[in-house]
Design a protein around this ligand. Structure first.
Ligand SMILES: Nc1nc2c(ncn2[C@@H]2O[C@H](COP(=O)(O)OP(=O)(O)OP(=O)(O)O)[C@@H](O)[C@H]2O)c(=O)[nH]1
Ligand SMILES: [Mg+2]
Length: 179
């Protein structure tokens, strides 16, 4: 197994790691804004939302659009399959203030179209997920998100809590008219 494969293997199923279930004790929360998370299946959208709400870290596959008071979660299949399903992510975004494109840094395949941000009249944040350690390269994920039109990029890990408070700060302060 190459070094990269072993780093990527560690990203696959963290549910049996004790640290994964430890509370991050977040004190910040999203204030009076709603985000929508869009990205490939298993990139970590639902886990991130559960982290943002200090919920338990059990696995929840997203079967259809799920609305929270401050977030809209979409099934990754809306991003994974072309054309119509990507349109399915655009419609619920009307109820959101900010669009978050997500991409996990162990994943070499991007399904976000170039400048997909142009489909939304909203600011678009790029969220790199699963950046659990400094060994993980985030450059490719950042490039994918940048090419999809994300103007601000945050590197996160729902496992360690990396970047999550920074993400909340960005969501709470981003200029909603700047897109
Ligand atoms: N190592 C690591 N694994 C993570 C992280 N976030 C999520 N995962 C794992 O990735 C898998 C998929 O996470 P989900 O949050 O369900 O992914 P999703 O994007 O909501 O997937 P869909 O609902 O299919 O669209 C689960 O096994 C999670 O435990 C993270 O920050 N680090
Ligand atoms: Mg999900």
């Amino acid at each position: 197994m190459s070094e990269k494969d072993s780093v990527n293997a560690a990203l696959v199923n963290p549910e049996d790691r004790e640290e994964y279930h430890r509370s991050l004790g977040l004190t910040k929360k999203i204030e009076s804004r709603k985000i929508i998370l869009v990205g490939r299946s298993r990139c970590g959208k639902t886990t991130l939302i559960r982290r943002l709400h200090n919920l338990d870290m059990s696995y929840h596959k997203t079967q259809s659009i799920e609305a929270w008071s401050d977030a809209i979660d979409t099934p990754g299949e809306y991003t994974d399959t072309p054309f119509f399903s990507r349109g399915a992510a655009i419609t619920p975004a009307y109820d959101a203030d900010i669009v978050c494109f997500c991409h996990d840094c162990g994943n070499d395949i991007c399904r976000l179209p170039q400048m997909f941000s142009m489909s939304f009249a909203k600011p678009v944040i790029g969220i790199v997920t699963k950046a659990d350690s400094d060994d993980v390269s985030t450059e490719q994920a950042e490039l994918f998100l940048h090419n999809a039109g994300a103007r601000h990029i945050v590197i996160t890990s729902s496992l360690t809590g990396r970047g999550i408070e920074e993400l909340i700060d960005l969501i709470n302060t981003i200029d909603l008219n700047d897109y």
